[in-house]
Write a protein that binds this ligand. Structure first.
Ligand code: PAF
Length: 283
């Protein structure tokens, strides 16, 4: 596996990779890789001739007081994992390479970025859209793979790619991959590493409370009561706060008062200093 840390080297390595005319899949990550990321790589390998992964902890998607400095960085370990999965090229730029002196451009996607994580983390999706647009322009992949754990992020990226004609015009260029869960149901996340042993045990209440709420929501009644019960279940299990617990249309992300036959439950909740997010299909 080659590792490029400058745009010049990236371009040279991509030219070599593309010599056989095969397709290229991109798996963008911020590193601290877990089984969820490796599943993206495996899906990418199935779908394309060559896989390029990127690791870049993007400062523009972290707000003030968020965990940019604490975010786990383990390039050596991540490189070994990617190489073992058959990634041929790793793009691991420095912040200066991505945002050189004088950088002044921002991409903002309206609509699907409103509310949920977009409400709690102002500017977050601008940072995501901006860096993903840059990654697409840098690597020019035929397709790109993202985890469905960040369902709203996926919707933002799909909207941006359509609006800005970023990928080749086949519908399925932006691929979402289902959430990978631990045995107790907790969605895998690089941020799970922040949890103490006790918090990690308590965190399993999140997927359980969501499944319990879905059992009721799927009957089609008003969402208020099951969502209230979900908040209470998390509180008694040791979560400090619930940033949001909502059902929304899975595609448009329009807020819903009850299941519409295509809805998902979205939750963000805090345990210790750690903010966990998850989402599940209601119907
Ligand atoms: O999901 C992530 O890891 C990041 O938001 C992404 C898509 C790599 C952009 O920095």
């Amino acid at each position: 596996m080659q590792t490029a840390r400058t745009l010049e080297l990236l371009r040279k390595s991509l030219a070599e990779l593309r010599q056989d005319g095969g397709s290229v899949a991109l798996v963008p990550t911020m590193g601290a890789l877990h089984e969820g990321h490796l599943t993206l790589v495996r899906e990418a390998r199935e779908a394309a001739d060559h896989v390029v992964a990127s690791i870049f902890v993007n400062p523009r998607q972290f707000g003030e007081g968020e965990d940019l400095d604490a975010y786990p960085r383990q390039l050596q370990r991540d490189s070994e994992l990617l190489e073992a999965e058959g990634v041929e090229l790793l793009w691991a730029p420095t912040p200066d390479e991505v945002y050189p002196e004088g950088y002044a451009t921002n991409i903002s996607v309206a609509g699907v970025s409103a509310g949920l994580c977009g409400g709690d983390r102002p500017g977050h999706f601008d940072g995501v859209a901006t860096v993903v647009c840059k990654l697409f322009n840098q690597v020019m992949p035929d397709m790109a793979f993202f985890g469905e754990k960040d369902w709203q992020q996926l919707a933002v990226i799909r909207r941006m790619a359509r609006d800005l004609d970023l990928m080749r015009p086949h519908v399925d260029a932006i691929r979402g991959v289902p959430i990978v869960r631990e045995e107790d149901g907790l969605a895998m996340s690089s941020r799970n590493a922040y949890l103490s042993a006790r918090q990690r045990e308590q965190a399993a209440a999140l997927p359980k409370a969501m499944r319990d709420a879905i059992a009721v929501l799927a009957e089609g009644g008003e969402a208020d009561r099951p969502l209230g019960n979900l908040r209470e279940a998390l509180r008694v299990s040791g979560f400090q706060s619930v940033d949001y617990a909502e059902i929304r249309d899975a595609d448009s992300l329009a807020p819903l008062a009850r299941d519409n036959g295509n809805s998902r439950l979205f939750v963000a909740a805090r345990i210790g200093g750690t903010r966990l997010i998850d989402n599940m299909a209601v119907s």
